[in-house]
Design a protein around this ligand. Structure first.
Ligand code: NAP
Ligand code: ZN
Length: 345
């Protein structure tokens, strides 16, 4: 076993504690990553507060670092390589989803970076608020060295989760894209859609974020509580990506979708109720998505390398993990906390 330090929670709502955890000995196709930066995703907060979830829990599923060691069958990576890992660390590799490059939807099960079950020994995976992570080589990605590593980490969950819908719905020059919620996922959706050539409208509950939204690449900003502003954009958007972290009514955002357009809800995951007439009129689609397959993940990293795109991050030392989680919970982040975990042994 390999030992590493990690920030762990013992029970739902409990404080984060610095502990030592075990990582498995390297299998032939394993890569040990020396983690330097790990993003703080709102999903981490959901997991840390989930009754009945797998505890003790080390969160963290968007991270960067350098290769520290490789198993004997690893050919793509060598010690010292700059790499990145997201929230899927294994899949069966043979089902239709895996064959289609959508390992994130593996029909057996995609192994989540934390709170998942290792495919081989069944142990519960522990995340990357930690000094080291051991991962199967297929789920390690090359990151552009020209980009600030701290700003790359959030691309691996927040980024790819919005990238897949942008690519699925062929967003390009002139596409009219809406982004609901300007947080970790939302601000990357704005940057990426803008870089793809789209005209971007941001919907926010925070009027104070309007200037930021424009600086990130938004053409229009609508405060979602402003009925007149919402009416003014009715039926105008080809794709709306909803990243809001709480349950909410989708109807006002469906109303902004154009004929044959799509509302893609990737934020809050849970039951929603819907008046289907809101879909019927305009033949609209309701979709979702989560994380990304291997091809889309590497494509996103390469795209960001070419376009100089990183997340806007506030980097905190790992010992300030509670501050990051607390401020994230009160919507006080612009626009992603990243923990510097390079001090963890
Ligand atoms: P975040 O940084 O906290 O951003 C969420 C945004 O939602 C906030 O910035 C805020 O935007 C808006 N919001 C927050 N509370 C709200 C409320 N009460 N009413 C209306 N809007 C509110 O979170 P994130 O990390 O981007 O994650 C967003 C959601 O996506 C989370 O639920 C997370 O679990 C989920 N997620 C899903 C996947 C997936 O695979 N599908 C992947 C990662 C994350 P404004 O201030 O602009 O209104
Ligand atoms: Zn995440």
């Amino acid at each position: 076993m390999r030992l590493t330090q990690a920030y762990q929670s013992a029970a739902p709502g409990a404080d984060m504690e610095l502990v030592q955890i075990e990582r498995r000995d390297l299998r032939p196709d394993d890569v040990a990553v020396r983690v330097t930066h790990c993003g703080v995703c709102h999903s981490d907060l959901h997991a840390l507060n989930a009754d009945g979830g797998p505890f003790p829990l080390v969160p963290g599923h968007e991270f960067v670092g350098e290769v520290a060691a490789v198993g004997p069958e690893v050919t793509e990576f060598t010690v010292g390589d700059p790499v990145a890992v997201g929230n899927i660390v294994d899949s069966c590799g043979t089902c239709a989803m895996c064959q289609a490059g959508q390992e994130n939807f593996c029909e057996v099960f995609p192994t989540l970076t934390y709170g998942g079950h290792d495919r081989i020994d069944g142990t519960v995976t522990q995340g990357a608020y930690s000094g080291e992570y051991v991962v199967r080589d297929r789920f390690v990605y090359r990151r552009p060295v020209t980009l600030d590593p701290a700003g790359v980490a959030p691309l691996m969950c927040a980024g790819v989760t919005v990238w897949e819908p942008l690519r699925t719905w062929n967003v390009g020059a002139g596409t009219r894209v809406g982004v609901v919620g300007l947080g970790g996922l939302g601000h990357l959706a704005v940057k990426l859609a803008h870089a793809l050539g789209a005209r971007v409208t941001v919907f926010t509950t925070s009027p104070g974020k309007a200037d930021d939204a424009r600086a990130l690449g938004a053409d229009d900003v609508v405060v979602s509580t402003d009925g007149q502003g919402m009416s003014a954009v009715a039926g105008t958007l080809d794709l709306v990506i909803d990243t809001v972290s709480v349950a909410h009514d989708l109807t006002p955002y469906l109303a902004t979708v154009a004929l044959d357009g799509t509302l893609c809800s990737v934020g809050y995951l849970g039951p929603v109720s819907l008046e289907t007439m809101a879909l019927l009129v305009g033949r609209k689609r309701l979709s979702s998505g989560g994380s990304g397959g291997r091809p889309a993940t590497q494509e996103l990293l390469d795209f960001c390398g070419r376009h100089g795109i990183t997340a806007d991050v506030e980097v905190l030392p790992s010992r300030e993990v509670a501050t990051a989680l607390g401020r994230l919970g009160s919507n006080d982040v612009r626009y992603r906390f990243v923990l510097d975990v390079s001090d963890l042994g």
